[in-house]
Write a protein that binds this ligand. Structure first.
Ligand code: AMP
Ligand code: MN
Ligand code: MN
Ligand code: MN
Length: 285
């Protein structure tokens, strides 16, 4: 059986493996295909592709967008996007600007808690990375303010913690549109992670289906088998393709491993790929 992983972060966003390290690790894990899906950047894609060019592995160009949906944040993955499209690159730059502005406000919040943070120093610590809350968390660990990443999120940067500041995000319908416009296949990421009730999830899936979403992430590292079955059922009801990925972040999420997640049943079979490719061919300009 051939296995793949369609949700992987690198050092271009908040993963801790560089593009070449992720390729080597995927080979070690016997994966035949991985998709690189960093937050708001495609910088790692071409690096991983050229490093992998003489190796028995394929790198799918991908992205993960944080989107707004009814006052909440949901994530949309894009696969087989054209990473050289100028409009896409311009949009990504705008999204990164909203992060930069938000990060400045978070630094001001930390100052109120007597924790001095230098964004310049963070930039040197994580060169060329899109700076996310995961970087703030590792900065706090490195500086000894907290013992580990979990404590950093619990005490400072988690969704309900005092130094978290939200930012303006792209509406979910616009993200789907943007992905399609650059030949990509749009997939709702990890629907069971949004802390929504059953009816809310159903509504989310039917809404994004109406917006033209192509697929839904059914196999995911932290899902129980029953979560997976709920998503598979939603996919059936809404005629969506299914994808699977670990959401590997290296040392930033130590409980998640590339290709097989945490729960032991989240290996992702390569036979999910043909439907994804077929869909991409529809959107390809
Ligand atoms: P941001 O997009 O800057 O708001 O940062 C969100 C990132 O922080 C996510 O992509 C996750 O990788 C990470 N993250 C969020 N919550 C946690 C958590 N409780 N523990 C570890 N990492 C987290
Ligand atoms: Mn992340
Ligand atoms: Mn996500
Ligand atoms: Mn992710």
């Amino acid at each position: 059986m051939d296995f793949i992983d369609l949700h992987v972060h690198t050092t271009a966003s908040d993963g801790t493996f560089s593009p070449s390290e992720i390729v080597d690790y995927a080979l070690e894990k016997n994966l035949s295909v991985i998709a690189i899906t960093d937050h708001d950047t495609v910088a790692a894609v071409s690096k991983a592709q050229s490093y992998a060019s003489d190796k028995p592995i394929e790198i799918i160009p991908g992205i993960e967008f944080s989107c707004s949906y009814m006052e909440r944040e949901v994530h949309i993955l894009g696969y087989y996007i054209d990473c050289n499209n100028e409009e896409l690159l311009r949009q990504l730059e705008l999204f990164r600007d909203t992060r930069d502005n938000r990060n400045i406000l978070m630094v001001e919040k930390f100052a109120e808690y007597n924790i001095p943070i230098s964004l310049d120093e963070m930039g040197e610590m994580f060169p060329n990375a899109v700076i996310t809350r995961a970087h703030f968390a590792s900065y706090l660990v490195k500086k000894g303010y907290v013992k580990n990443i979990k404590e950093a999120f619990d005490r400072y940067v988690g969704d309900y913690a005092p130094c978290f500041i939200t930012r303006r995000k792209i509406p979910v319908d616009k993200a789907i549109e943007l992905i399609h416009s650059v030949g990509g296949v749009a997939v709702l990421a990890h629907p069971m992670r949004y802390k929504m009730g059953k009816e809310e999830i159903k509504k989310l899936v039917s809404t994004v289906t109406a917006y033209g979403i192509d697929g839904i992430e059914a196999i995911y590292s932290t899902y129980s088998l029953s979560d997976e079955n709920v998503v598979r059922q939603l996919a059936k009801e809404n005629h969506l393709l299914i994808t699977g990925g670990s959401d590997f972040h290296g040392k930033n999420k130590t409980n998640i491993d590339l290709g097989d997640g945490t729960t032991g049943h989240s290996k992702i079979p390569a036979d999910l790929l043909p439907a994804l490719i077929e869909r991409h061919l529809i959107y390809r300009p």
